[in-house]
Design a protein around this ligand. Structure first.
Ligand SMILES: Nc1ncnc2c1ncn2[C@@H]1O[C@H](COP(=O)(O)OP(=O)(O)OP(=O)(O)O)[C@@H](O)[C@H]1O
Ligand SMILES: [Mg+2]
Length: 252
């Protein structure tokens, strides 16, 4: 198997807090990996270090064998790593399809293209195809303020996916929604993303989601990887007991 991403001894502190402590791991092409751990364990920090939102004190991030440590987030997106955030990054005044059109236009950097009217139509059909892929085709003209949270999550991820990443990092794709809707969101993601072969790393608090959708799980504690294996190995090997129940769904 080929690693799409490797981190080597990745380390970052905030004051006395170890948010990432010598994280050495790698992710294979097409793999779906769940990142779990208690509140403040360093899950978001790990995604921030990979995507350039924060810089490590030491250690390296290698993407397809290339050192991308310390590159600015925009450059990292251009190379093929996209992400979603814990809170969806959407704009209240825009419709669902406008979000995708803007993402696609940004990708194309179409600015001075003389064939712009023609290109516009192509982008519109690509936006529609993406919406259909993420089960949002009937919501295309709705302002995002009217969408239920599950669909807002899906739209946010569709926008990231529009950038044609090879690696997609999702920070809590099912937070803020009920257990049933969470499974629907994950099913939609599976059918939308799996055929593309994109590697998916997702932070998740719902252990049922992790068991069903992660091929591999990393358990973080105080910025360290303390377990790495199949969901069965990590969660049933005592890992689940190490994640405070207070953060599991329905008990927040
Ligand atoms: N920009 C920052 N400035 C100061 N401290 C930070 C910063 N980002 C993270 N931290 C601290 O680093 C630790 C790890 O935070 P992080 O957000 O990565 O945790 P998390 O595992 O994503 O938690 P949650 O499940 O609540 O989202 C926490 O103690 C947090 O307070
Ligand atoms: Mg977080």
């Amino acid at each position: 198997m080929t690693a799409v991403l490797e981190t080597i001894e990745l380390t970052r502190h905030f004051g006395q807090i170890a948010a990432a402590e010598r994280i050495t791991t790698s992710f294979q092409i097409g793999e779906w990996v769940g990142i779990v751990g208690a509140n403040g364990a360093g899950k978001t920090t790990f995604l921030n270090l990979i995507t350039g939102y924060i810089k490590p004190e030491s250690g390296q991030v290698l993407y397809l064998g290339r050192d991308i440590t310390g590159l600015p987030p925009r450059r990292i997106v251009q190379l093929g790593i996209a992400r979603s955030f814990q809170v969806p990054q959407l704009y209240a005044g825009l419709t669902v399809s406008e979000h995708l059109l803007i993402a696609l236009a940004a990708r194309e950097r179409q600015g001075l293209n003389p064939w712009r009217p023609l290109r516009q139509r192509t982008l519109e059909s690509e936006a529609m195809a993406l919406l259909t892929r993420f089960g949002l085709q009937d919501d295309a003209q709705r302002p995002i303020t009217e969408l239920p949270e599950g669909k807002r999550k899906l739209l946010d991820i569709a926008v990231s996916f529009a950038l044609q990443p090879r690696l997609l990092l999702l920070d809590e794709p099912t937070s803020g929604i009920g257990a049933e809707e969470a499974m629907q969101v994950m099913e939609t993601l599976l059918s939308a993303l799996r055929p593309s072969g994109v590697t998916v790393i997702f932070v998740e608090h719902d252990m049922e989601v992790v068991k069903r959708y992660a091929q591999r799980v990393l358990l973080l504690e105080h910025g360290r990887v303390v377990a790495d294996g199949t969901p069965m190995q990590v969660l049933q090997g005592g890992g689940e007991a190490r994640i405070p129940l207070a953060r599991q769904r329905g008990r927040i």
